[in-house]
Write a protein that binds this ligand. Structure first.
Ligand code: ACO
Length: 337
């Protein structure tokens, strides 16, 4: 947990991109043994978006479209960017990273560009990294993209129903810039991990590299997400309140001082438990998982973009971003706007 910043940092704008295809719970009922009622009651999800690779929808194009919207809304152009960070656990290929491709398509002038892999915590880790680099004076205008296509790693069948109903594909982006007011920017942040919990949520690539001895490599295709849902649920419900409390402590603030809690959307029940624990009013903790499912690194910018386009984020407000996911990883980013 730490605070930072010699210079002020602002989040200037946001953007999102969604695939064309909507997959409702009713659609899934025709593909597997599941029901709208089971999914809605357990998770709060009613629909999600899914890419169609034949239409050219992939990590790069989705991320690029979100980035274009964010930089247009910020009133900047590609050459203004000096760093591009893409949070993703589902790049189109192992190398090159997605970020240089997006930076090139935006017409940056040799901007630094790298991917950051921290699953559902990836966007928060990227925000913290960008804020530190801007706050130190090393960079001035940074694009952060969160994009994930989990539809590539789940199976739309009864065998894959415990994961395929949960996830959706999406991209979100923000443009961040150095400013002259040092009061603006990060008030506190945390980036944490526990690799001891890696087996709860992982995608194996070959049968000799299974993380969990109990997982039969023949029983389920490699390259498909393995998830122990109840362990992940317990991890999230226990870590989430501690993360909020520790971040508030680090900034010397109380729960009521925060204007918006922008949280990773993994399950409406997990968010509701945290909301009740701190007595956070519903309007301060937006839940949009019903429309998008769990979009991994994209879920936080998707929520932020809704608040931003509805003009609910105002100068002087305090916004806490919170993420947790595979790794296991978890992190927070508390901002003064
Ligand atoms: N439809 C119908 N039945 C189902 C489905 C489905 N889609 N999926 C599982 N079931 C069945 C199971 O087979 C099981 O049946 P059984 O009792 O006959 O064995 C029953 O429903 C209960 O299954 P559980 O897994 O115990 O259900 P649970 O109440 O734990 O809910 C859920 C499952 C929703 C996945 C929950 O555990 C959860 O949300 N966990 C957190 C998951 C999460 O957040 N993952 C993403 C992390 S983010 C990242 O970094 C990628």
């Amino acid at each position: 947990m730490s605070t930072s910043g010699a210079f002020g940092v602002q989040i200037l704008s946001s953007g999102v991109a969604l695939p064309q295809r909507v997959v409702t719970n009713r659609d899934l009922e025709s593909l597997m043994d599941t029901t709208d009622e089971w999914i809605t009651k357990r998770t709060g999800i009613r629909q999600r978006y899914s890419v169609d690779p034949a239409k050219g929808e992939n990590t790069r194009t989705l991320g690029l479209n979100a980035a274009k919207q964010a930089i247009e809304r910020a009133g900047v152009t590609g050459p203004d960017l000096d760093l591009v960070i893409v949070a993703t656990m589902t790049p189109d290929m192992p190398t090159p990273a997605t970020a240089p491709l997006i930076a090139h398509a935006l017409g940056t002038n040799d901007a630094g560009a790298f991917d950051l892999s921290a699953a559902c915590s990836g966007f928060v880790f990227s925000l913290n990294t960008a804020a530190a680099l801007i706050g130190s004076g090393a960079y001035s205008t940074v694009l952060v993209v969160g994009v994930d296509l989990l539809s590539r790693h789940v199976e739309f069948s009864t065998r894959g129903r415990s994961t395929s109903v949960l996830f959706g594909d999406a991209a979100g982006a923000v443009v961040m810039r150095r400013c002259t007011d040092p009061a603006k920017g990060l008030l506190a942040q945390a980036m944490c991990s526990d690799g001891g919990g890696a087996t709860h949520l992982y995608i194996p690539c070959d049968k000799d590299n299974m993380l969990c001895e109990d997982d039969d490599p023949e029983a389920f295709p490699l390259d498909q997400l393995r998830m122990h849902g109840q362990q992940v649920f317990r991890f999230a419900v226990s870590k989430f309140p501690n993360l909020i409390a520790e971040t508030l402590d680090a900034a010397g603030l109380g729960p009521n001082d925060i204007d918006h809690y922008v949280c990773h959307q993994s399950n409406a029940r997990i968010l509701e438990a945290a909301r009740q624990r701190f007595d956070i009013p519903t309007e301060k903790l937006r839940v949009n998982i019903d429309r998008y499912g769990n979009t991994v690194a994209a879920s936080i910018p998707l929520v932020f973009d809704e608040l931003n386009t509805e003009h609910l984020i105002k100068p002087g407000q305090k916004v806490m971003f919170l993420g947790f996911g595979a790794g296991l990883t978890w992190g927070s980013s508390l901002w003064q706007f």
